[in-house]
Write a protein that binds this ligand. Structure first.
Ligand SMILES: [Zn+2]
Length: 311
């Protein structure tokens, strides 16, 4: 059964069987919460259906989730569990972001973290193309030790891409320019979270300052025809996570998601998970949800799926 028929007959097994990508996935919160509950041996409080942006999400995650996984054993359980689930979900290319602070879980720091990730790449290479991404929070930009560590991580030549996240107000893109220039010179793909909630113009500015290849979220671009035209002309892909946008209240509900407007204006979009532990929807489920909410036809979702595999 092909993907179009799988969506239109709501055959989740067949939806999962179709090859897909996930290029917006933070390793630390990437496993299903149910699997973490099984591992810790007790249930964990569910997230509220609506949270107040990234701060609201972190309030929940810091109180309920992080205490159980803030060490190498916890992180390693989460990463392996997430990759196993992604394989079952039909994800054949996973660009997984590993925060620079994860190096602090290991006595030998960044090299030991990379050795663990490298072993995962090897272990899963027959089933998926796992591409390690270096993650950096804007909140760490004023920490000279972490910034130096991020430079060291880029110099290792191990990570294939870099992603900047947390609230865009925390630090202007100019602060990150030296690290991103080094990452570009190392041949890495450059990404940043921007326009998750508002400010279409800041999306263009961040892309220009940091010479980004792709934007994580960027859904506020839908407010500006001019910015959408610019993104389309420059082939800047937006890696969208629909359930994350709804739960963090950037979007009222799935049916109103601006991914439709972005698509209609020629902006390249992909469909991704963000933090599965919090948002609870696999890539296959995100495709299915968008179809069932009437955002896209099955044929349009097939076009998005195929385009994501070609990149
Ligand atoms: Zn994200």
């Amino acid at each position: 059964m092909d993907f179009v028929e799988a969506l239109s007959t709501d055959n989740l097994t067949a939806i999962k069987a179709a090859p897909k990508t996930d290029v917006h996935c933070h390793a630390f919160f990437s496993a299903r919460r149910e699997n973490v509950e099984h591992w810790v041996g007790h249930p964990l409080t569910k997230p509220p259906l609506k949270m107040k942006g990234v701060e609201g999400m972190m309030e929940y995650a810091d109180a309920v989730l992080a205490p159980h996984i803030k060490h190498s054993e916890g992180f390693e359980f989460v990463a392996v569990s997430a990759i196993n689930d992604a394989v079952q979900d039909g994800v054949v290319m996973l660009e997984m972001s590993f925060d620079i602070r994860l190096a602090e879980f290991y006595p030998n720091g960044i090299k030991e973290l990379c050795a663990f990730i490298e072993a995962l790449v090897e272990r899963y290479k027959a089933q998926m193309d796992l591409r390690p991404e270096l993650g950096f929070s804007r909140g760490c930009a004023d920490d000279p030790k972490l910034m130096a560590l991020a430079h060291e991580a880029v110099e290792l030549g191990f990570f294939q891409s870099i992603d900047l996240y947390s609230r865009q107000e925390v630090c202007p893109p100019e602060v990150m320019k030296p690290l991103f220039t080094k990452a570009r010179a190392a041949g890495m793909k450059l990404k940043a979270h921007v326009g998750e909630f508002e400010d279409a113009e800041e999306i263009r500015r961040t892309v220009e300052v940091l010479d980004l290849d792709e934007v994580q979220h960027g859904i506020a671009a839908a407010e500006s025809v001019e910015v959408m035209r610019w993104l389309s002309e420059h082939h800047i892909q937006l890696n969208v996570c629909p359930t994350s946008n709804v739960m963090l209240d950037g979007v009222p509900d799935l049916a109103a998601h601006p991914i439709r407007v972005l698509f209609d204006n020629g902006v390249p979009v992909t469909i991704n998970t963000d933090d599965l532990m919090i948002f609870g929807q696999s890539v296959s489920e995100e495709y299915r949800n968008l179809y069932q909410a009437g955002v896209f036809s099955a044929e349009e979702l097939e076009d998005i799926r195929r385009a994501s595999l070609a990149r």
